[in-house]
Design a protein around this ligand. Structure first.
Ligand SMILES: NC(=O)c1ccc[n+]([C@@H]2O[C@H](COP(=O)([O-])OP(=O)(O)OC[C@H]3O[C@@H](n4cnc5c(N)ncnc54)[C@H](O)[C@@H]3O)[C@@H](O)[C@H]2O)c1
Length: 449
């Protein structure tokens, strides 16, 4: 086991054993992808529930694209365990796909990367030169700063016992056109020989470009700035969505007009940015810039705009209900969708949560319906509706997540169940004209009232 000089040739014919540590949104489809590509796979997760479900051939994540593809019990070349110690000695290469959240004070939380790294390095066979690749999103410098001290402490030697590399995951859960087998990959590693070996390996996983980009920090930085750029672009349209209604102009009309120019990039405003990446990764970049004493003012300002959108929208909703003479102290809001992203049952960092909390802090009752979330934690006080037909007596329906199930619900029927016929499109995807014709009073983010 471990690095061999013909690693690239073995990768090309699928004769390597690949370990995946962390079987979540990223790790599970990655494990399945390498298995489908012909490799022997060892998947490890510390969660007994996750391991039990995967062993039963079930999908523990909220990504529907994974529903029907989890290998069934007894599948060859497919091993699942809660123990890195059991898995790692069998592996030539180990990919680490554990969470990289932020702490309450918005600082990077690298504890999972550290703990998973420790579990893996403790289990490495001396002399095996096993390649350990971090795929989690981090800021430049994390892979080396977090893992090299552990490697040293355990008495392992880079180049003899172990190699480390970084290859960020970029796939888009819930988007079958950009799954793990269709996204381009970049690989950072201080050893070009290992980097090129990994190019051969990942080229078996994805049909897109796989490139060795040099040192670890280049690949780490590339990933984080991809999400920083999205955060800044979205922040710009969210800011415009607050300015233009005050000028009695609909931001979407402005964006449609501007988008006729060849180099204008169109983004859509919304109730806020959610998920494990875009609202999190900029803090990693901000922290790293602060460490080296360089201001990251633009990134920080963009984050602040996007972070404030849920409370801005809560204020607008409250005003709309006030204007519609909804009884003070008994206003009721129905949030359509709770997860941060369409077609995925993932509530992490969802803007629905601060939106609901701000509304409740104003004494407004909040209920939500999200057909993609089977189980989840909601803030205390939020009523969870499992059947939209039971949603009765609300004053405003707010489209939070553009799930097809929300867009295509029976709007006439829901209108009949409302106490006040207000609808607010928090994603700019509803046909407001036809809703208006059928009797709804329609409002939307970025649209003048
Ligand atoms: N979800 C996405 O859309 C996406 C896309 C690209 C990159 N990423 C990045 O990929 C990383 C993983 O994200 P995710 O969405 O898959 O997270 P996730 O929470 O869905 O999955 C992580 C899994 O790791 C497991 N885990 C935690 N510590 C472990 C340990 N020590 N050993 C073994 N398993 C452990 C958890 O139990 C969990 O099942 C993050 O850094 C994220 O930023 C995520």
């Amino acid at each position: 086991m471990g690095w061999v000089s013909n690693f690239a040739d073995l990768a090309k014919d699928g004769s390597l054993t690949v370990g995946i540590i962390g079987l979540g949104y990223v790790g599970l489809p990655t494990a399945i992808g390498f298995h489908d590509a012909g490799f022997t796979v060892w998947g490890v997760d510390v969660s007994q529930r996750t391991v039990d479900m995967v062993l039963q051939g079930k999908n523990p994540t909220g990504d529907p694209d994974v529903d029907d593809i989890v290998p069934q019990p007894g599948t060859e070349r497919w091993h699942i365990s809660t123990s890195a110690a059991e898995a790692v000695p069998n592996c030539d290469v180990v990919l680490v796909t554990v969470p990289t959240p932020i702490t309450h004070d918005l600082k990077p939380d690298l504890s999972y990367v550290e703990a998973a790294g420790r579990d893996v390095f403790k289990s490495i066979t001396k002399g095996s030169r096993t390649i350990v690749v971090l795929e989690s999103t981090v800021y430049p410098g994390v892979t080396a700063q977090t893992w090299l001290p552990i490697i040293e402490e355990l008495g392992l030697v880079i180049g003899e016992d172990v190699e480390i590399a970084y290859c960020p995951e970029r796939f888009n859960p819930g988007d079958s056109a950009h799954g793990v087998r269709q996204v381009a990959r970049v690989i950072g590693c201080s050893n070009p020989e290992v980097g090129e070996g990994l190019v051969a390996l990942y080229s078996k996983l994805t049909s897109e470009d796989v490139r060795y980009v040099g040192k670890l920090e280049v690949a780490e930085a590339a990933k984080v700035i991809e999400n920083v750029q999205r955060d800044i672009n979205i922040a710009l349209v969210n800011e415009l969505a607050r300015i233009f209604p005050a000028l009695d102009v609909d931001v979407e009309d402005v964006l449609s007009a501007a988008a006729t120019k060849w180099n204008f990039h169109r983004y859509t405003p919304g109730v806020g940015v959610g998920g494990h990446c875009i609202p999190v990764d900029p803090y990693y970049m901000i922290q790293r810039a602060a460490d080296v004493g360089v201001p990251a003012g633009l990134i920080t300002a963009a984050r602040a705009v996007n972070r404030s959108m849920p409370s801005h929208v809560a204020g607008v909703l409250s005003d709309l209900m006030w204007n519609a003479e909804v009884p003070a102290g008994d206003a009721r809001v129905l949030l359509l969708g709770w997860s941060y992203k369409a077609e995925v049952g993932d509530p992490r960092e969802t803007p629905a949560e601060p939106l609901a909390e701000t509304l409740m802090s104003k004494g407004i009752k909040v209920a939500t319906w999200d057909p993609h979330i089977d189980f989840g934690e909601y803030p205390e006080g939020v009523e969870v509706i499992s059947n939209i037909e039971d949603a009765k007596g609300y004053d405003i329906a707010v489209l939070v997540t553009a799930h097809k199930a929300c867009l295509n619900l029976d709007w006439n029927k829901l209108l009949g169940q409302m106490r006040t016929p207000l609808v607010y499109d928090g994603r700019r995807v509803l046909d407001l004209d036809s809703l208006q014709k059928s009797g709804w009073q329609t409002y939307a983010v970025g649209k003048p009232v």
